[in-house]
Design a protein around this ligand. Structure first.
Ligand code: ZN
Length: 487
């Protein structure tokens, strides 16, 4: 007997957590955070408490109450009884938070299968990110203490000594691997994050294709097409497909974004300000190509430098940090000494984290003075959290702002957008110019896929529009949170 149980992504976009049980082999497909559910209870300054271990997450329905999957240190600290391992593996489609954020909460002996790019991004998030729930590649054992050497009391064990690597296993696209009785072939798909994967899973009861998030209109569309071809060849009994944009027909391609951005940048007389999803390397490449075309420099932040450096280890074709059209921006931190000549270099470096210092001494790192004095030369990546840097940069009249992220879809995002507009008004910056392409396939594309693959059963996930599937296909299965589907 085999079963699928859905603990997230049900009638909502994201939060995918799917438990596959094939004759006792238990595999979790993604382990992501539901933004809907999180937003209902938490905000920037009201967060789940780490000291409460799993309880805050479980109480508000962010994590399912399952045995044998959660981290040993949290279970011990909460004085819950320790459990045997109840999970044989986790397969992660990609490193977006709504698919991967809750890796942090998993016990350390569960093997987690990821693409090399997903590993690079998880590592970047762990090293450069903020917040207390980012043990993605390493497991930092919490709530441990030891007696002090002089016998005068106890000390908490924190920092590097508490760290052990997680059991992260990287796969190569197209190469089959085994988890007990189950075989899995990972396929690369095009999405707004590098290394996104669809899994074809061979169970004792038939083949399951789990698409993750995918599209056809980025620079890796051939990957998605090849994945569909392989699925047709192998045969699919159950198709678990995303349906984020199943209710939409048209949208921009990445090429459209390039054309429109290029037009705007060509006609910008002063500084070009841009915002795009930080780790979307397809968009980064689009802006990099525009920079080349108009002979400007694209100025990214140091987290992006770290990410590109990590991605370079995959040996694949990602933008290089040494590209002559790329620069990196060191924002003011701590004492704000960057760009000052009245302090010694070693004190300036102390304003920054260890990982940042490695980039700071390179020639292609700029500060606000460089950009301020040569505004026409730069396309400056200015996300929401960098807006205050504009006070130092002082954009000249004639500067423009390109907004290359999705439209706001909730109250909080609307408020943020109002703030962005206020900053633009303050410096008389023209914009925002909204230019974006989605990370997801449209309705007709999803349906074409289904018609080609001809699965016996269809399970829509990661969508608020399941009725579109129901109307078209009578072999659609409707899922409920926590309800087992036997197959
Ligand atoms: Zn995604």
């Amino acid at each position: 007997m085999s079963s699928l149980t859905f603990y997230g992504g049900v009638d909502e976009i994201g939060g995918n957590k799917i438990l596959l049980d094939d004759k006792g082999t238990r595999v979790m497909l993604d382990f992501g955070m539901s933004f809907n559910q999180s937003g209902k209870y938490f905000s920037e300054f009201l967060q789940p408490r780490k000291c409460n271990c799993l309880e805050d997450f479980i109480a508000v329905g962010l994590l399912p109450k399952l045995k044998g999957i959660y981290r040993e240190d949290y279970i011990k600290h909460a004085r819950w009884s320790q459990e045997e391992r109840g999970l044989d593996a986790v397969l992660i489609t990609h490193a977006h938070a709504d698919h991967a954020a809750f890796i942090h909460h998993l016990r350390k002996d569960v093997p987690i299968y990821v693409s090399p790019e997903t590993k690079a991004i998880l590592n970047t998030l762990e090293v450069t990110g903020s917040g207390g729930f980012k043990d993605f590649c390493n497991y930092s054992c919490s709530f441990e203490f030891k007696p002090k050497k002089d016998g005068s009391g106890y000390t908490k064990i924190i920092g590097e000594v508490a760290k052990t690597p997680r059991s992260l296993k990287t796969f190569n696209f197209g190469e089959k691997f085994k988890i007990d009785s189950i075989e899995v072939t990972p396929y690369e798909v095009d999405h707004s994050l590098p290394g996104s994967t669809a899994f074809l899973i061979y169970t004792s009861q038939g083949n399951i294709l789990y698409t993750g998030d995918y599209r056809f209109h980025g620079y890796r569309s051939e990957s998605t097409i090849s994945m569909v071809d392989a699925a047709i060849d192998e045969g699919v009994d159950i198709l678990i497909t995303e349906g984020t944009r199943v209710n939409e027909v048209k949208g921009n391609t990445e090429q459209n974004v390039f054309d429109k951005v290029s037009e705007i940048v060509k006609n910008t007389k002063e500084l070009t300000l841009i915002n795009f999803p930080s780790r979307d390397t397809a968009r980064l490449k689009t802006f990099q190509m525009v920079a080349k075309e108009v002979d400007k420099k694209l100025v990214l932040d140091l987290k992006q430098a770290y990410l590109l450096n990590q991605l370079s280890f995959t040996g694949k074709d990602y933008p290089s940090i040494n590209d002559q059209n790329l620069c990196f921006f060191a924002e003011k931190k701590n004492w704000g000494l960057i760009g000052r000549d009245d302090y010694p270099q070693d004190l300036i470096l102390q304003d920054y984290d260890k990982w940042e210092r490695a980039y700071l001494e390179k020639g292609n790192v700029l500060n606000f003075r460089d950009i301020k004095s040569n505004q026409r030369e730069y396309m400056f990546y200015c996300n929401y959290f960098l807006l205050n840097e504009l006070i130092d940069i002082k954009p000249n009249k004639g500067s423009r702002y390109i907004r290359s992220v999705c439209e706001p879809f909730d109250e909080e995002m609307n408020l943020d957008e109002k703030r962005v507009q206020n900053w633009l008004n303050l410096f008389k910056i023209d914009g925002p110019h909204q230019i974006h392409a989605s990370g997801h396939a449209s309705g007709p594309e999803i349906f074409k896929n289904i018609d080609l693959i001809q699965p016996k059963k269809i399970i829509p996930i990661h969508t608020e529009s399941t009725e579109y599937f129901n109307k078209k296909y009578n072999n659609t299965i409707n899922i409920e949170v926590g309800k087992k589907i036997i197959f």
